[in-house]
Design a protein around this ligand. Structure first.
Ligand code: NAD
Ligand code: 6OD
Length: 484
């Protein structure tokens, strides 16, 4: 059986305790994952601390930039290995992972290598009573050892989205990947060694949350800052843990994202974009659309077109080029998503398409498959319109007026993302300005420039990362005042 090790101080570390990793495709056992206990987390934090005080801490920015670029090249060199590992853990289509997950894994190092080369700083001259004056300048220092707690939906992409800027800023990291997706984080350890990354800069500890590696990292007094992506409830627990020692947190959390489709939109583009925002990665994207508001004159046509799109999605194995939809991540998540399918039916939803478990051939029948699903006929108060489901499903509702749809889109505890589809530029600006979310896409979805601020409002997040905004979290400013 494939063994997935921790990666501590440049070494692959086995432990006595382990857990099983099952394939989402067919529930077959695919790997044994070595679970880090307190001792391994202590060792990882100690290695990360020592690296800060070692060659890594003494490197110039230019030397760090060269290493980050080498990591990006190293990921690209082993592209097929990363692709195979990511698809094995998640079951997602290769066509998706090869266009998004793996390239972004490399880009997250390249982009922050570029950002760190041109960091702006402050400089102030001041008068002093003796007339000689003084100069002030601010320098950025790494915050220290950063704990990185990751989810399972875009494992390499979301882990490197944190590790790239953290290392660019001169920090060291202790990464806790999701228990569902351990492989690519350990594989990145091989790349770190191949490119000559100093020992202890990048560490990986495997395990779960409470009572396991996740808790041990977030409560560890040697961890100076914690960056997290995952569910809102988990983020809140981590924020509590971080309060011990008053450590900073960056939290990227859940969503219940609306799409707003005006009658004047480019209809085909709106359908294509909404198909992706609802069904990409089997609906397991934090930025995905779970509520679609469609202006009444095009409502029926829109529902019909999205239904056709959903029914055209081929469910299948990652390596099959025709596969448009993979399974959910796990049996547990399948049970959660199906509980919403049942709830929708019990609440009287019109099931436009899907709503159950597909017939899959052979062993795939044991996998975490659900049908792509569209509902109408429920209102904004229903749990289907309010709670994050994180599956390949959406509720479509009609609207009649701009003010009305803005109010309804904002009527949620979350505030991550929104897509607006219209050809009216003034309206696009007006609506975007009033949406309570960290990201608004107009006539697009998941179009990402990594220099832009990324993060959620309300219960969807605390803080912004991306470009120079990541520097705000991963560095501390120190002012130096020089009396002349
Ligand atoms: P999760 O919160 O269950 O787990 C995330 C990570 O936290 C895992 O590594 C888990 O082991 C760890 N963890 C759990 N409890 C912990 C604790 N008490 N202390 C320390 N670590 C703990 O999330 P998930 O199910 O892996 O991911 C899906 C969720 O992530 C969805 O809610 C989705 O919206 C959200 N998400 C948000 C973003 C974003 O950018 N805002 C991106 C991706 C996913
Ligand atoms: O693109 C990104 O940088 C990012 N953080 C995406 C998050 C996707 C959520 O599932």
């Amino acid at each position: 059986m494939k063994q997935i090790h921790n990666f501590i101080n440049g070494e692959f570390v086995a432990t006595a305790k382990s857990f099983d990793k099952f394939s989402p495709l067919d529930n077959a056992l695919i790997a044994t994952v070595h679970e880090a206990g307190k001792a391994e987390v202590d060792a990882a934090v100690a290695a990360a601390r020592a690296a800060l005080n070692g060659p890594w801490g003494r490197m110039t920015v230019a030397e760090r930039v060269d290493l980050l670029n080498a990591v990006a090249d190293g990921i690209n060199k082993r592209f097929d290995d990363f692709l195979a590992a990511e698809c094995a853990d998640t079951g997602k289509p290769r066509s998706l992972a090869s266009h998004i997950d793996i390239p972004r894994g490399a880009a997250n190092f390249k982009v922050f290598a570029d950002v760190i080369k041109s960091v702006p700083t402050e400089f102030f001259e001041m008068a002093t009573p003796d007339g000689r004056g003084a100069l002030n300048y601010a320098v950025r220092r790494p915050v220290g050892v950063v704990g990185v707690i990751c989810p399972w939906n875009l494992p390499l992409l979301l882990m490197t989205w944190k590790v790239g800027p953290a290392l660019a800023c001169g920090n060291t990291v202790v990464v806790k990947p999701s228990e569902e997706t351990p492989q690519t984080a350990t594989l990145l350890g091989e790349v770190m060694n191949e490119v000559g990354m100093p020992k202890g800069v990048y560490n990986v500890v495997h395990g779960f949350g409470p009572g396991s590696a996740g808790e041990f990292v977030t409560t560890h007094p040697g961890v100076n800052a914690i960056t997290f992506t995952g569910e809102t409830r988990t983020g809140a627990a981590i924020m509590k843990a971080a309060s011990d020692g008053a450590r900073p947190v960056s939290l990227e959390m859940g969503g219940k994202n609306p799409a707003i489709v005006f009658a004047d939109c480019d209809f085909d583009a709106a359908i294509e974009g909404t198909m992706r925002s609802v069904f990409a990665n089997c609906g397991q994207v934090c930025l995905g659309t779970e509520r679609v508001y469609v202006e009444r004159p095009i409502f029926d046509r829109f529902v019909e077109a999205l239904k056709r799109g959903a029914e055209g999605l081929r469910l299948g194995r990652p390596e099959d080029a025709a596969t448009g939809l993979g399974p959910l991540i796990s049996q547990e998540h399948k049970r959660k998503v199906l509980s919403y399918y049942d709830k929708a039916r019990a609440l009287g939803a019109t099931v436009v398409t899907g709503g159950g478990v597909p017939d899959m051939p052979g062993e795939l029948a044991n996998g975490a498959w659900v049908q792509p699903t569209i509902w109408t006929g429920l209102d904004d108060s229903s749990p289907i319109a309010r709670e994050e489901i994180f599956g390949p499903c959406t509720l479509i509702q009609p609207f009649d007026a701009e003010d009305e749809v803005i109010r309804r889109a904002n009527d949620t505890e979350y505030g991550l993302a929104c897509s607006v589809w219209t050809k009216d530029l003034a309206r696009a600006h007006r609506v975007a300005g009033q949406i309570e979310a960290g990201l608004v896409w107009v006539n697009s979805w998941f179009l990402r420039d990594l220099r832009t601020p990324f993060g959620g409002s309300k219960q969807s997040g605390i803080g912004r990362e991306g470009g120079v905004h990541s520097l705000e979290f991963y560095t501390e400013l120190k002012n130096v005042c020089i009396k002349l």
